[in-house]
Design a protein. Structure first.
Length: 186
């Protein structure tokens, strides 16, 4: 890992602990994220994106164990292997644990989760010790940001950005219901 990445990694983790929103590269576009358990951080994210709380968010993680506190494992036992072996750029809709905050699920009893393949965000989640919210880096209804310059242009020159590269995905992840196989976003 290079020095620029490590410095930005430490800075972004600090900002996550301070309930701030950060930007980071994903498999296809830059994302915005925050601590999924912080109402303060999520309110900031909703405001930045001009997004309705009833939509819910994706949780992105470095590994399956980080998702366990948010998902109902009993309801996915026979499908857990699919989630673990996610060989493609997929986000899965899975049953959420009871009592999970509305900002994560929206008006649903399911939560969207993805174990990332992007090494930059994978390292961030691993060192942070938990998943983060993942949503495209844009104001709702506008095109997602694809580089640091666009992030700074839209969200301000001092916005915390994890340095790294986008994956080779051409559009945001496909969302699939893990239990039914139904495709919710192509």
């Amino acid at each position: 890992m290079n020095t620029i990445f490590i410095k930005s990694l430490k800075y972004c983790i600090k900002k996550l602990h301070e309930n701030k929103v950060i930007a980071y590269p994903t498999e296809s576009v830059f994302g915005l994220g925050c601590n999924p358990d912080s109402k303060i951080a999520v309110k900031k994210l909703l405001f930045l994106k001009n997004r309705n709380i009833n939509k819910g968010f994706i949780l992105i993680s470095s590994n399956y164990s980080q998702l366990v506190p948010y998902i109902s494992e009993k309801k996915i036992l026979n499908k857990k292997k699919i989630l673990l072996e996610n060989k493609f750029f997929l986000t899965y809709l899975v049953p959420a644990v009871q009592g999970i905050p509305i900002w994560l699920t929206g008006s649903s009893k399911f939560i969207a989760v993805r174990i990332t393949k992007n090494k930059f965000i994978k390292n961030l989640c691993f060192i942070y010790g938990k998943p983060i919210i993942s949503t495209s880096a844009n104001i709702s209804g506008y095109k997602p940001c694809l580089n640091n310059y666009e992030i700074k242009n839209v969200f301000g020159k001092d916005f915390p950005i994890l340095k790294g590269f986008l994956g080779d995905g051409k559009k945001p992840s496909k969302i699939v219901n893990l239990l039914t196989g139904e495709i919710l976003r192509e």
